[in-house]
Design a protein around this ligand. Structure first.
Ligand SMILES: Nc1ncnc2c1ncn2[C@@H]1O[C@H](COP(=O)(O)OP(=O)(O)OP(=O)(O)O)[C@@H](O)[C@H]1O
Ligand SMILES: [Mg+2]
Length: 381
């Protein structure tokens, strides 16, 4: 069973949209899929999937971890797709006890007997439970938008996963574990934790633990989706995350693709349908299908990602961003020709974009002000 956890760091960047639509597209491709809402405390995946507020879900199970797990799995009207919703009894991630998390993980893994793909829609943030669910796979998806805050949060999320991986691999009492604890205590005020340097030092004091960690990270290559882009150049923002991950975290990330911000998503949502069902020909649905193909074409078992494979994935994403942009523009022209879109609608769009630009300019000025303040306090840029 392929496990695909979907995380982000920042909230509201499109995790649930990606999770629901990927699940539908993979089921349409003949896979047996289970889609799970693990955004504990803020579950809303049922809305994206067009489900009514569910009575039984993960919360019901967590309430009594001895209960029958199958009662929380619902069939959907899409062949091959089953759904585990959140429900009213859903606790927050922070409230999840470790016995609850372990029971849930055991039940999810047991789905392997009749499931090809398990998709986990995770909550925002870097809570330990989220990191653990993300680490159930070596190829989890991180969704980001091109906004600086979103890319920064995506990077911080990945940094936290690397630390969590260290903690799960370095056994208590080993030199590596003690080193990590000391570094964590020191870091609070003295220095930032620079992972490549830490790993070098760990290799010296505890080569065995270091070897185990290197083995695990060799197969750990999260995949990025750059969502809500507006311009082909936004695809390249992912490159910043890639380079920071290589330089500071010693991990490789792959580019799974881009998705444009598309007004059709709002209409799909209010029609209570995933966009791949609402409008399969739309640019956003096509982007989902492209990502689906890439997932199905990639090896299921742990594999080592080469530099060429990473470069290819980034080049491909940039090209796709260009092609989608042209399609989007052609679509606008078609709509204008057929009269489905009026000059007035276009004017409204331009106005709302201008409003957004003004807002961004304000944010920009605020950040510049903060930067000037920091520089005056001796911070080097
Ligand atoms: N490419 C897109 N084009 C247009 N709207 C989008 C796009 N991606 C996401 N949205 C919209 O943005 C909002 C947030 O998306 P979604 O709920 O999927 O994000 P999320 O990361 O799951 O959020 P949360 O962290 O709150 O769970 C939704 O209203 C969704 O319809
Ligand atoms: Mg969500």
């Amino acid at each position: 069973m392929r496990i695909i956890p979907i995380a982000s760091g920042k909230g509201g960047v499109g995790k649930s949209l990606v999770a629901a639509n990927l699940a539908v597209a993979l089921a349409q491709a003949g896979q047996r899929v289970v889609l799970t809402d693990l955004d504990l405390g803020a579950s809303n995946l049922h809305l994206v999937l067009g489900f009514h507020s569910p009575a039984k879900g993960i919360g019901t199970f967590l309430h009594n971890t001895k209960s029958d797990f199958t009662q929380v799995i619902s069939n959907t009207n899409i062949r091959g797709l089953r759904f585990i919703p959140g429900d009213q009894e859903m606790p927050g991630m922070a409230n999840l006890k470790s016995f609850q998390r372990n029971a849930l993980v055991r039940r999810l893994l047991a789905l392997a007997s009749d499931t090809d793909i398990l998709i986990l829609d995770l909550g925002a943030g870097t809570h330990q439970s989220i990191l653990d669910f993300f680490l159930l796979s070596g190829q989890g998806i991180v969704v980001s938008s091109p906004a600086v805050t979103a890319t920064l949060n995506a990077y911080v999320f990945l940094k936290n996963t690397v630390f969590r991986l260290m903690y799960t691999i370095f056994a208590k009492g080993t030199e590596a574990f003690n080193f990590l604890e000391r570094a964590r205590r020191d870091s609070s005020e003295k220095r930032h934790l620079y992972i490549p340097q830490m790993l070098k030092e760990i290799a010296n004091v505890d080569p065995e633990s270091h070897r185990k960690f290197a083995e695990a990270t060799a197969h750990f290559h999260p995949r990025l989706i750059m969502n809500m882009i507006e311009d082909p150049k936004d695809a390249d923002v992912a490159m910043k995350i890639r380079l920071s991950c290589e330089e500071y975290l010693d991990i490789k990330v792959e580019h799974l693709g881009v998705m444009y911000r598309d007004g059709i998503q709002d209409t799909a949502l209010s029609s209570r349908l995933p966009v791949v069902l609402y409008k399969p020909q739309s640019v956003i649905a096509q982007a989902i299908y492209r990502i689906t193909d890439k997932i199905l074409e990639s090896p299921e078992e742990a594999f080592t990602l080469t530099k060429e494979m990473i470069d290819d994935s980034f080049q491909e994403a940039s090209l796709e961003a260009e092609i989608d942009f042209e399609n989007k523009m052609e679509y606008v022209e078609e709509l204008l020709h057929t009269g489905a879109l009026t000059q007035g609608d276009l004017l409204e769009t331009v106005k709302s974009q201008q409003l957004e630009i003004t807002k961004l300019k304000k944010e920009n000025n605020f950040l510049k002000h903060k930067l000037t303040q920091a520089v005056s306090k001796g911070f080097k840029v």
